[in-house]
Design a binder for this molecule. Sequence first.
Ligand SMILES: [Zn+2]
Ligand SMILES: [Zn+2]
Ligand SMILES: [Zn+2]
Length: 140
Amino acid sequence: MRGYRQKLKKNGFKLTPGREAIIAFFSGKNHYATPETVWKEVRKSLPRLGLPTVYRNLEQMRKINILTQVDGAENRFYFGLCRAKNPGEHHHHISCQKCRRVSEVENCYLQSLTKEIKEKTGFQITGHKLQLTGVCKDCR
Ligand SMILES: [Zn+2]
Ligand SMILES: [Zn+2]
Ligand SMILES: [Zn+2]
């Protein structure tokens, strides 16, 4: 929890009970969840925490790379904990459809593809998103 506290502080946020509970929720099972699921769980220990606050906290912590957004089934969006050594560095995530574990893909393999697309389209490419979905080793 100490690392997260420092990270929040560096970005001008405090480790409030709400944020702490959210981080603890994700730390436990290594899975991703919808904001509603997080809220229902966290509310058990913090009954006064509202869903809008949970949304806001999730979004804030995503911006500072404590969390990552995972696009799941049915176009729902989920959050998961980013466990990269250097979370601020460009990287990707892979998630398990069965246990909802989120794993880090610390390298980007799209550099040469980006170059090729740039040549073909004439676009200056400023960014990309890549999220891999599959079934993890334990669930296979
Ligand atoms: Zn990550
Ligand atoms: Zn799995
Ligand atoms: Zn990349």
